[in-house]
Write a protein that binds this ligand. Structure first.
Ligand SMILES: [Zn+2]
Length: 453
């Protein structure tokens, strides 16, 4: 048993049911769970570890990333893929990704986890859908575990290559029987459905243009035979994606998802930029979640997802940075800012999304999309996942009237402190779990090898 007291918090953004923001607050943690929250004078005055924030920090729940491809850290800003739309971008990068080795996968995933943690993320889902040269999901799980991130690993897959009308090269696809066998293996080896779990598995056939309808159906049946194994894929990302669904299946993306059983409270889809009104209403009614990835959607010119409309229809919406090769910044706080900006321009309404709503989507929204009732807010009984950001930064001067809004409106590069599962993973701006310079040079070496071939 160990205890932690974080005191003299300038403003504590709780994201509790009343959305309280407390001044002069404190948090008391026992092991990995928040035990008490409130005014410093009402809480224990000491603990095994005490962090005094000296009335100069905002504390908020750790941010939740609901869609990423960590391995793409190896292929950021590749010249041949800088100015392509989704399909062109994928075709430019598939040959590079096919050369990825298990150590390159592990290193890139660990570096990406570190970047996410520094940007305020405490829980992330990653969608890994290609396994070249003997790589396995295990390589990534081990690497991310060392970084200390709460992790939802998606066992992705691709089974329809170019020769069968799909987009990826045949060399990158797997046999469906092997995919299902390995999916079962990783669930049974790693999935922990308990409250405060640090590791869960999802099944994630990649996209309509890279897997068969059979694999979608069978993956869903397999996931649903275990408690808390969710389903994830890409859907309605761009006009070409919609055209592919119509030409190949004779269905819109929403109809396609429905036809393979991919609608329900245990399913979340990435992007949904081109989801039609009927599908939005069906997603809302069924509790089907969406991972909103505004930077990637802008970068690939895919469009602006109608998030305000989705939330009004009751669709659970979380944020995703998307892969490190289509963003190409892995910064979840920046993604929340981008979400607010694109919601405004899409509706041509400056009140379409507030800074606080962007923060809510980044925390509670992500938690709902990943099916977690134990993260996303700071309240007794919740996991001890929270971040602290100093008010003393040049970009916040002049924003003293509303520092909570400044988190989104102003420039915030990274957090000063982060606690995940009660463990301090960022201390005075530095990640504590990894030797970052060493990891950077190792991953840089892998990236250069990948391009050199
Ligand atoms: Zn993606």
């Amino acid at each position: 048993m160990s205890t932690l007291l974080v005191r003299n918090i300038h403003t504590l953004v709780t994201m509790n049911a009343a959305r309280e923001e407390l001044r002069g607050a404190a948090i008391f943690v026992r092991d990995h769970v928040i035990e008490r929250v409130g005014r410093a004078s009402d809480l224990p005055q000491t603990a095994d570890t005490v962090l005094d924030l000296q009335d100069r920090h905002i504390v908020l729940p750790g941010l939740v990333n609901t869609h990423h491809h960590f391995y793409q850290t190896l292929t950021r800003a590749i010249p041949a893929a800088q100015n392509c739309d989704l399909f062109g971008w994928l075709k430019a990068l598939y040959p590079l990704w096919a050369r990825m080795t298990p150590p390159a996968l592990a290193g890139s995933a660990q570096l990406c986890a570190a970047e996410l943690i520094r940007s305020g993320c405490t829980t992330a889902s990653d969608h890994l859908y290609l396994f070249p040269n003997g790589a396995t999901l295990d390589d990534e799980i081990r690497a991310v575990g060392e970084a200390g991130l709460r992790f939802h690993a998606s066992r992705g897959s691709m089974s329809v290559g170019e020769s069968r009308g799909g987009l990826p090269p045949d060399s990158l696809v797997e046999a469906e029987e092997a995919i299902l066998r390995d999916s079962r293996r990783v669930i049974e080896s790693f999935h922990d459905s308990s409250r405060y779990s640090m590791l869960r598995i999802a099944l994630a056939p990649c996209s309509p243009f890279s897997v068969s309808r059979d694999l979608m159906r069978e993956s869903a049946a397999l996931a649903r035979s275990y408690p808390g194994v969710r389903l994830h894929t890409h859907l309605a990302e761009s006009n070409s994606d919609v055209d592919y669904s119509k030409a190949t299946f004779g269905l819109s993306p929403g109809e396609y998802a429905e036809s393979v059983g991919w609608v329900g409270p245990d399913v979340w889809h990435a992007h949904c930029v081109r989801l039609d009104d009927a599908a939005i209403s069906r997603f809302g009614q069924s509790g089907t979640g969406v991972a909103h990835c505004p930077c990637s959607n802008l970068r690939l010119a895919s469009g602006l997802a109608p998030i305000r409309k989705m939330r009004a229809a009751g669709v659970p919406v979380g944020l995703g940075t998307d892969g490190a090769a289509s963003n190409d910044a892995t910064n979840l706080l920046h993604e929340a800012r981008q979400a607010m900006l694109v919601a405004r321009v899409l509706d041509q309404d400056a009140a379409a999304m507030t800074a606080r709503e962007a923060l809510e989507i980044a925390t509670l929204g992500g938690a709902a999309v990943l099916g977690r009732a134990d993260i996303g807010s700071i309240a007794p009984g919740m996991a001890a996942d929270f971040i602290a950001i100093s008010l003393d930064r040049p970009g916040w001067v002049g924003a003293e009237q509303d520092p909570v809004a400044a988190l989104i409106f102003c420039e915030t590069n990274g957090v000063d402190y982060s606690f995940i599962h009660g463990r301090c993973v960022v201390d005075r701006g530095e990640i504590t779990t990894l030797e970052l310079p060493k990891l950077q040079s190792e991953v840089r070496r892998h990236a250069i090898e990948l391009v050199r071939g």
